[in-house]
Design a protein around this ligand. Structure first.
Ligand code: UN1
Length: 516
């Protein structure tokens, strides 16, 4: 499908994509431009338990042929996909700005991450190595093969509507699996178009099946129940720790692998010797890029006592320079609206936590409206849900320093020295990303070695992981599985051990006996 320029300017109607058919009917839901709620972007149907089963059957049927397709040929599809995504990068990015509310620069980055992922895994089709292994017996060869798992169930969030699904879809299909995908109800149009581009690249019908709809009490719940029904051989999820635990329990009972990418409370430490200019800019971007709606967004900025006051002053000045607004009409905004109502509601709650715990509000006051204005706002704030950039002075142990907030809010915490900085940085249940600003090698190395996080940055932001590095977290941020890069192949395949006996006799390992 060539995306027709202009066609996406009108309302987009789509159906579930099951086995090459487009299935419509059932209750409908809307996808609206979050910066201008009057702008209807798309209308899609909700799924049903029955349709989820139908999608899983279609995936099972397609698996027979797709798993037998040579891996280099599967890789060719991904090369074609990378080229098509390049061709459509601008259209997809502009659609993302309208459908989700990302800024144009960030939307382009989101699509680019999928292109990079497609390029990376396309060549893996020619490398999906097994091993040859020496046998303890003569005239016997041992070898290992990677085998696909079968049908993969997937649920993704809407904050990275192309990149994060690409981390799952691309390695899953490269390794010979087929998929039932429930994309976020924040981004059905992008998800629909993305799968159509896979089809244009040559992916056979039924390899990726899509069921649209919401989470609890809707399609997401039916897809998760599918684990109990034995519909899936693997499950991949990006979303909350709460839902991740439910999926993890079910996957455990069903004895299938799960990839769980969950919440974060990512610390950023600024030591007394840091380049302050760089640290202020990095801390600002880590906290407020994407309006704080990344799982890698900074949650706590932990500042060494001797520079605390200076950092605070410069940081507040930087935060006040943030430009917020409608990203469709204004390409230069730093962040746009909340990506959905639920995120906004949850963000508003954190003001109560701060008040209850006696944290000091330095900047920010809830939703931006005409009556509660923000000076650097572009567009009409009343048409969407926009948040004031919010900065707290907080103390270790307060609820807001331990729970993920997922919005434009950051806590400043004062500490004295590297020991207290590391202890404070680890004082929350999560372990996704982390960062330290220092030029002292000893402090940087101590942090790198002692921080409990899947990803660590030295003199760099908590956000912006590269597409070929292992992405994921420890503790409540995940279950140890990683996405991106070569390591992810392990998550979508299992090993087959092959014994090739050519002695013409009955030889037995471990037993010094020959039967003839
Ligand atoms: C996410 O927020 O779910 O590292 C993914 C980053 C991006 C991906 C974020 N490359 O910030």
């Amino acid at each position: 499908m060539k995306i027709e320029k202009g066609k996406l300017g009108s309302v987009f109607y789509g159906g579930h994509l099951i086995g090459g058919d487009e299935v419509v009917g059932g209750p409908l839901f809307e996808s609206r431009n979050m910066a201008d709620r009057d702008d209807l972007v798309g209308v899609f149907p909700e799924s049903s338990p029955e349709l989820v089963r139908r999608a899983a059957e279609a995936a099972r049927k397609a698996y027979a042929e797709w798993s037998r397709t040579p891996a280099p040929i599967r890789g060719q599809v991904l090369f074609a996909l990378a080229k098509i995504l390049e061709r459509e990068k601008e259209t997809l990015s502009r659609l993302m700005v309208r459908e989700v509310g990302k800024t144009l620069k960030e939307a382009r980055g989101d699509v680019q991450e999928a292109i990079d992922t497609a390029v990376f895994f396309a060549s893996e089709g020619r490398r999906l190595y097994g091993q040859t292994v020496p046998s303890e017996l003569r005239n016997k060869d041992l070898s290992t093969y990677r085998r696909p798992l079968g049908v993969v169930g997937m649920i993704t969030a809407g904050n990275f509507p192309i990149a994060v699904p690409s981390w799952k879809l691309i390695p899953a299909v490269l390794t010979g699996n087929t998929v039932v995908w429930k994309p976020s109800d924040d981004s059905p149009v992008l998800s629909y178009v993305f799968v159509k581009l896979f089809e244009e690249a040559g992916l056979p019908p039924g390899v990726i099946n899509v069921v649209f709809g919401g989470g609890a009490g809707s399609t997401g719940e039916w897809v998760v129940s599918g684990i109990d029904e034995g519909l899936f051989d693997k499950f991949a999820f990006t979303g909350s720790t709460k839902v991740g635990r439910i999926i993890g329990e079910k996957a455990g009972r069903a004895l299938i692998k799960a990839t769980l990418e969950l919440g974060g409370k990512n610390p950023l430490v600024v030591m007394r010797d840091a380049d302050l200019e760089n640290a202020v800019t990095g801390a600002w971007w880590s906290a407020f890029a994407t309006g704080g709606q990344r799982c890698t967004s900074a949650g706590n900025i932990i500042v060494d006592a001797p520079i605390y006051d200076e950092f605070k002053e410069r940081f507040l000045a930087k935060v006040k320079s943030t430009v917020i607004g409608d990203p469709v009409a204004h390409e230069d905004v730093h962040y746009g609206p909340f990506f959905n109502d639920r995120l906004f509601q949850r963000w508003m709650e954190h003001y109560d936590w701060g008040e209850a715990d006696g944290a000091k509000l330095l900047l920010g006051k809830g939703r931006i409206t005409k009556d509660n204005p923000y000076p650097n706002f572009k567009g009409d704030p009343d048409k969407g849900l926009f948040g004031h950039p919010t900065v707290w002075e907080a103390e270790r142990g307060m609820k807001q320093t331990r729970e993920e907030i997922f919005g434009p809010t950051i806590n400043l915490i004062k500490v004295d020295g590297i020991d207290e900085a590391i202890e404070t940085a680890n004082d929350h249940p999560y372990g996704l990303s982390s960062a330290i600003y220092t030029n002292h090698r000893f402090w940087a190395y101590r942090f790198k070695n002692e921080i409990r996080a899947g990803m660590t940055n030295i003199n760099n932001t908590t956000v912006g992981a590269e597409a070929h590095m292992p992405f994921g977290g420890t503790r409540a941020s995940g279950n140890g599985a990683r996405e991106s890069g070569i390591w992810v192949i392990e998550e979508y395949t299992e090993w087959q051990a092959v014994n090739d006996e050519f002695s013409g006799k009955l030889q037995l390992a471990q037993m010094d006996t020959e039967y003839t």
